[in-house]
Design a protein around this ligand. Structure first.
Ligand SMILES: C[C@@]1(CC(=O)O)c2cc3[nH]c(cc4nc(cc5[nH]c(cc(n2)[C@H]1CCC(=O)O)[C@@](C)(CC(=O)O)[C@@H]5CCC(=O)O)C(CC(=O)O)=C4CCC(=O)O)c(CCC(=O)O)c3CC(=O)O
Ligand SMILES: NC(=O)C1=CN([C@@H]2O[C@H](COP(=O)(O)OP(=O)(O)OC[C@H]3O[C@@H](n4cnc5c(N)ncnc54)[C@H](O)[C@@H]3O)[C@@H](O)[C@H]2O)C=CC1
Length: 297
């Protein structure tokens, strides 16, 4: 491929090159996550994993369990297989897709990381950032919405504080709105099926216009019959009706006031170096070697 001088002129350089981590929404359905340790940090790891569809295996002597970890084991036996013992060796990694160590024994933790390296299993060791394939971050979750704030190990406390600022900028309608949009998109794809092509482009254009025109709170009001009307009177007629036309009403949201729209809050408060992702976010360095077929966006 030969570049013309114009191509070279038009190339926009990315905001940062290298030094960061990959932010992805890692799907863990039918995958197994091994958690070694059962203290407070392990309970926080469960807080993160329970929202996925992964199965968890937890290894920790009973006497070391944090009350929250105990609660998880008792309330979600179908999600967590618990063994009252320490990590014994490489056999523990059989059929495991991801390992999280949260133990008070840094040398043992290093040994487990080494075993994971050999088995090509991504691993996070709570006490050894230098050896982690990926880090956790501060999280905002609301239904299908997931936002992760990462400072790439530089300032964990700041991650938490930035999370609070971002939370204050959200309307509270996002999770429900996204759920409704998901249902609407599924129905639209039934009416206008297929991938790509002119119909695919038309579908995407209409969805984009709808999302841009409606407030977050508008989507939360969509019930089954309003969705039908929206598709009949909107999609079929190539226009975007208002929520009022469908029998809904404008609800108060922070984004109704231009000075505090969620866009301006994000652009005003997010420093260039902040890792922020809508959709689940897990970032780690060796992703490529663990997945052969990336999901189609
Ligand atoms: C690499 C990482 C672990 C990983 O993912 O592997 C890591 C590592 C370390 N944290 C340490 C300390 C603290 N961690 C917190 C808090 C959080 N730490 C979290 C994540 C991460 N912490 C990952 C990088 C995240 C990123 O890059 O942003 C959060 C975001 C999420 C979570 O824990 O799940 C959660 C806030 C959640 C929320 O508020 O919502 C606080 C503040 C507090 O408790 O309030 C302090 C004390 C103040 C401070 O140091 O900032 C130390 C000891 C340093 C030392 O010895 O001095 C290490 C080890 C080291 O740095 O060597
Ligand atoms: N975000 C971070 O990176 C943070 C990391 N830490 C580190 O994370 C580690 C865990 O912290 P906590 O949960 O507070 O510790 P904790 O002491 O409450 O829990 C550790 C648990 O690991 C168990 N354990 C020890 N060896 C084991 C083995 N070989 N197999 C299975 N279980 C084993 C112990 O029985 C204990 O229950 C510590 O090293 C701590 O320094 C602590 C706070 C924040």
């Amino acid at each position: 491929m030969t570049d013309t001088p114009k191509d070279e002129e038009n190339f926009v350089k990315p905001a940062s090159v290298g030094g960061g981590s990959l932010m992805i929404a890692w799907q863990l359905k039918d995958r197994t996550v091994l958690i070694v340790g059962g203290g407070e940090v392990a309970s926080q790891r469960i807080d993160s994993v329970i929202g996925t569809d992964a199965h968890m295996v937890l290894l920790c002597p009973q006497k070391g369990l944090h009350p929250r970890t105990k609660g998880y084991i008792q309330h979600y036996p179908e999600r967590i297989t618990y063994y009252d013992r320490r990590f014994t060796g490489p056999a523990e990694l059989h059929k495991v897709d991801l390992v999280l160590t949260a133990i008070d024994d840094p040398q043992r933790s290093r040994d487990i990381v080494e075993l994971c390296r050999q088995a090509k299993i991504p691993v996070n060791a709570a006490d050894i950032p230098d050896l982690c394939d990926f880090f956790f971050g501060a999280q905002i979750r609301d239904g299908p919405l997931q936002v992760m704030i990462s400072t790439n190990g530089n300032g964990p406390r700041l991650s938490g504080l930035i999370k609070k600022k971002l939370q204050a900028g959200l309307s509270g309608y996002e999770g429900e709105a996204i759920t409704k949009i998901g249902e609407l998109r599924a129905q639209l794809k039934e009416r206008a099926p297929g991938v790509g092509g002119p119909l695919g482009r038309k579908r995407m254009r209409w969805m984009t216009q709808l999302c841009d025109k409606w407030e977050m709170a508008d989507f939360t009001q969509l019930d089954e019959s309003m969705m039908q009307t929206l598709l009949d009177e909107g999609w079929e007629k190539e226009r975007v009706p208002t929520i009022r036309e469908l029998g809904g009403k404008p609800l108060p949201t922070p984004s109704n006031t231009p000075s505090s729209s969620s866009t301006s809050i994000l652009s005003n408060t997010v420093p260039w170096s902040l890792g922020l992702l809508t959709g689940a976010a897990l970032s780690f360095a060796y992703l490529k070697s663990y997945f052969s077929t990336p999901p189609i966006p």
